[in-house]
Design a protein around this ligand. Structure first.
Ligand code: IPE
Ligand code: IPE
Ligand code: MG
Length: 241
C-alpha cells in the first residue's frame, strides 16, 4: 500500500537534543528543555493543521530518572507548567489530551493535574495529544502481560485464546491506531524504549536538528518523505499504474 498523499493517522515524536541545543549556546540544559516547549506547541499546531489524528510525544522516559536530581526536578516542573499554561488553549482548539506512562511513581498533585487535563478534554475530537511521561515501552508490555496473566489465573481467559488484540487492548495506547510515522530529532538513530509494539510497521525519520529547532517546515518535510515511501507490510511492491 502506498502512503502517497496519505496523512499519517498517528505520528510519534522522540523530542531529543534539548541538552545539546543549550550546550552549543553556552546555556544550561534546562534552557533547552524550556525552548523545547515552544517546539512542542509548533508541532501540535502543525499536526492539527495537517489533520493528523494522533500525536504521541516522548517527554520523559522511565530511564530519564537516572539523570541528575536537579534536571529531573526541572522536567517535572516543566510538565506541570505546561499543563497549567496550555491545557485551556488546547481544550479550546479541540485537542484531547491523554497521558501514558506509570503514574503511580509521580507525586499526587501532578497525578491530579494529569487526570484533570484528561477529563476536561475527553470529548474533544480534533487531535489526540498523547503525552508519554514516565513511559517505557517494555514496562508497558510487561504490565499488559501481567494483566492477562491475572485473567488466566482467575479462569477468565485460556492461555491459547490470548490474541494480539488482547495484548493491544491492554497497552496504554489502546484504542489508538498503530504508529504510522516516528520522528526522532537530535541525530540519534534509536528508539530508546518508545512504543516498541506500536511501531511494528512505522516509517522512521531521523532528523539531525535538535528538538528546540523543530518547526512546521521540518514536520511537513517529514510527512512528505513519509508519503514518498512505499509501505508494504510484508507484501510486494505495488504495481505502478
Ligand atoms: C530530550 O532532550 C528531552 C528529554 C530526554 C527529557 P535531552 O535532554 O535528551 O537532550 P540531549 O539528547 O542530551 O541533547
Ligand atoms: C529519549 O531520549 C527520551 C525522551 C526524548 C523523553 P534520551 O535522550 O533519554 O535517549 P537516549 O538516552 O539518548 O537513548
Ligand atoms: Mg537525549
Amino acid at each position: 500500500m502506498s502512503s502517497q498523499n496519505h496523512i499519517p493517522r498517528h505520528v510519534a515524536i522522540i523530542m531529543d537534543g534539548n541538552g545539546r541545543w543549550a550546550s552549543e549556546r553556552g546555556l544550561p540544559r534546562s534552557a533547552g528543555h524550556k525552548a523545547g516547549i515552544d517546539a512542542l506547541r509548533r508541532a501540535v499546531t502543525c499536526a492539527q493543521d495537517m489533520d493528523v489524528e494522533c500525536l504521541t510525544i516522548y517527554s520523559f522516559s522511565t530511564e530519564n530518572w537516572s539523570r541528575p536530581k536537579a534536571e529531573v526536578a526541572f522536567l517535572l516542573a516543566l510538565l506541570k507548567r505546561f499543563i497549567r499554561q496550555d491545557v485551556a488553549d488546547l481544550h479550546s482548539k479541540g485537542v484531547r489530551i491523554r497521558v501514558i506512562g506509570a503514574r503511580e511513581d509521580l507525586e499526587p498533585s501532578l497525578v491530579r493535574m494529569l487526570n484533570d487535563a484528561e477529563q476536561l478534554t475527553e470529548a474533544n475530537t480534533q487531535l489526540t495529544l498523547v503525552v508519554a511521561f514516565n513511559y517505557g515501552s517494555q514496562q508497558e508490555i510487561l504490565r499488559a502481560t501481567q494483566k492477562l496473566a491475572h485473567d488466566v489465573a482467575a479462569g477468565r481467559l485460556a492461555p491459547n485464546d490470548i490474541t494480539m488484540a488482547h495484548i493491544e487492548a491492554n497497552l496504554e495506547t489502546a484504542p489508538m491506531p498503530p504508529v504510522d510515522l516516528l520522528i526522532r530529532t537530535g541525530g540519534e538513530e534509536r528508539i530508546s524504549n518508545f512504543l516498541l509494539w506500536q511501531c511494528a510497521y512505522a516509517e522512521f525519520i531521523f532528523l539531525r536538528q535538535y528538538w528546540p529547532d523543530f518547526d512546521a517546515v521540518l514536520f511537513e518535510k517529514a510527512v512528505a518523505t513519509y508519503q514518498s515511501r512505499e509501505r508494504r507490510f510484508g507484501g510486494l511492491k505495488a504495481k505502478s499504474a
